[in-house]
Design a protein around this ligand. Structure first.
Ligand SMILES: Cc1cc2nc3c(=O)[nH]c(=O)nc-3n(C[C@H](O)[C@H](O)[C@H](O)COP(=O)(O)OP(=O)(O)OC[C@H]3O[C@@H](n4cnc5c(N)ncnc54)[C@H](O)[C@@H]3O)c2cc1C
Length: 468
């Protein structure tokens, strides 16, 4: 096939449940590609000499290689080419914001639609599962130096994956009764089925990784106790789970549910209906997940209040598209200023209109209040989903350097914290970010931890750990 023929193929659409059906439950919305779609989509790739997609991928997966192998019909080989760098392709292919990462960098996106890299990656995993193949390689023989991992999200899972495959016995300590961090208690199952997460943990357990749930490090056990128990290196991956508050009057009223707290409750099985009229505040993935979850739990009229315009929303276009298809409206250029209530329960939200003011060097413009433009909205619930902060309860007892945002300070190259036996990565270091960034940092940290345990130089021969 020549370039002209490749350019003539349009981006293949994955199979999806229709909106009226999918809002009745939490089943996965997107079903992925069949074989024909996958091959056609793979044929769209131009196999660039300097592949921008690879630079755009936070993990730097060798995307052109796995696409080439896929279209040659070598699907198992293509899967392993991807898995060389990606510790969790089944998850990343579903939840990565591809349009800001690999697909955002794809040259085909300049004059049309980029190659659907995420869907192709997912096809590889789907094919492996359908053909009864193992998704992980066998593990190395156990060595005698053990490691503790605090937190079972993507960062903790990735460190466990690499260390277990290098033969180091690992124990993951998790404060919650469920595993997976924000994959399980943040991202709803209609985007990431829980069976996918369970399969990752099954393969970690098969590799000898021990898992201890319902244990809060810093409260039930200290870092020092872990050291005394013989864990020679510790990876801190506690994420960013503290909901940021709006800081307005009335935020303590009943009917106010902060974004990640709300999703955690739902994901842990609590039966919650927020009432008929629900206002979600924010423009990111968390806000969208809250709105779509409220719809699925019985609320009729859900809308999003965002202080900038739709073009500035940090959520991915695919998510915004799904949200609007499901009937959620976005009220742009508006922000809440006060929550009104009666007998301790909210009934109205006072908002103000905004306009875009000065823009910074990246082109992002500051929202500015239009004085006197206040208006009221009747509501049964408000869900502020404006961001999350890191809570470093886990590090009680050991002095570790932190930033002014309360994230942990680590060396950029090695991910080593200010105590030499402690390493960190993911949201604990970056603040709320993405799965792929957590996977990348954790992979770098795992390499450092192996060197540390073997008494080798942590930096020799390594370039600065840089994620896209
Ligand atoms: C609603 C929502 C939707 C998102 N959607 C996307 C998306 O579509 N794509 C994407 O790439 N990213 C998304 N993200 C972000 C992504 O989930 C995170 O960036 C990623 O999970 C960070 O991984 P982590 O391992 O650093 O932390 P986490 O996943 O947060 O895991 C941290 C774990 O540590 C545990 N823990 C905390 N304190 C302790 C303690 N003291 N002792 C023991 N365990 C502890 C927590 O319970 C948790 O299980 C989303 C986040 C949210 C909240």
């Amino acid at each position: 096939m020549d370039v002209k023929e490749r350019m003539a193929i349009s981006r293949q659409k994955p199979r999806e449940l229709v909106p009226a059906e999918r809002i009745k439950h939490f089943d996965e919305v997107t079903a992925g590609y069949d074989h024909q779609n996958a091959i056609l989509e793979a044929e769209r790739c131009l196999q660039c000499k300097k592949p921008k997609c690879r630079e755009g991928c936070p993990i730097h997966n060798d995307i052109p290689r796995f696409i080439r192998l896929l279209r040659e019909g070598k699907i198992e080989e293509a899967y392993w080419a991807d898995r060389e760098t990606n510790s969790m392709p089944a998850i990343c292919s579903r939840v990565c914001p591809h349009e800001f990462q690999c697909e955002g960098a794809c040259v085909r996106g300049k004059k049309g639609e980029p190659v659907a890299i995420g869907m192709l990656e997912r096809y590889l995993v789907d094919w492996m599962v359908a053909n009864g193949k193992n998704l992980a390689k066998s593990c190395a023989l156990p060595r005698d130096r053990k490691v503790a991992i605090i937190g079972s999200g993507p960062a903790g899972m990735t460190v466990a994956y690499h260390l277990a495959h290098a033969g180091f016995p690992c124990t993951i300590f998790e404060s919650l009764p469920v595993l997976g961090g924000m994959l399980s208690v943040g991202i709803p199952s209609y985007r990431l089925p829980r069976s996918i997460i369970a399969a990752e943990f099954e393969s970690l357990k098969n590799c000898g990784v021990k898992i201890v749930t319902d244990t809060v490090i810093g409260r039930d056990k200290s870092l020092q106790q872990l050291k005394d128990d013989g864990f020679e290196a510790v990876f801190i991956a506690v994420g960013a789970h503290a909901s940021r508050k709006l800081g307005i009057e009335g935020e303590e009223l009943d009917g106010v549910y902060h974004g990640v707290d709300y999703l955690r409750k739902i994901n842990l099985g609590e039966d919650m209906n927020l009432g008929q009229n629900v206002v979600v505040v924010g423009g990111g993935n968390v806000a969208i997940d809250c709105a779509r979850t409220a719809l699925r739990t019985g609320s009729d009229k859900v809308f999003i209040l965002y202080r900038r315009t739709k073009a500035e929303m940090p959520a991915s276009q695919a998510e915004i598209h799904h949200l609007e298809e499901e009937g959620v409206k976005i009220e742009m250029l508006a922000a809440p200023v006060k929550i009104h209530g009666e007998n301790g329960r909210l009934n109205k939200i006072e908002c103000i209109r905004m306009q875009l003011g000065e823009c910074d060097t990246s082109g992002r413009c500051r929202p500015v209040k239009i004085e006197g433009s206040n208006f009221m909205i009747d509501a049964d619930a408000i869900v502020p989903a404006i961001s999350q902060d890191v809570d470093l309860e886990a590090i009680n007892g050991v002095e570790l350097e932190r930033t002014r945002w309360n994230t942990l300070v680590v060396d950029d190259l090695t991910m080593q914290a200010s105590a030499d036996w402690i390493f960190s990565g993911g949201d604990t270091v970056l603040g709320p970010q993405t799965v792929a960034k957590a996977v990348f940092q954790a992979k770098e940290a795992a390499e450092s931890m192996i060197r540390f345990l073997e008494g080798r130089d942590l930096k020799e021969g390594r370039a600065v750990a840089e994620s896209a």
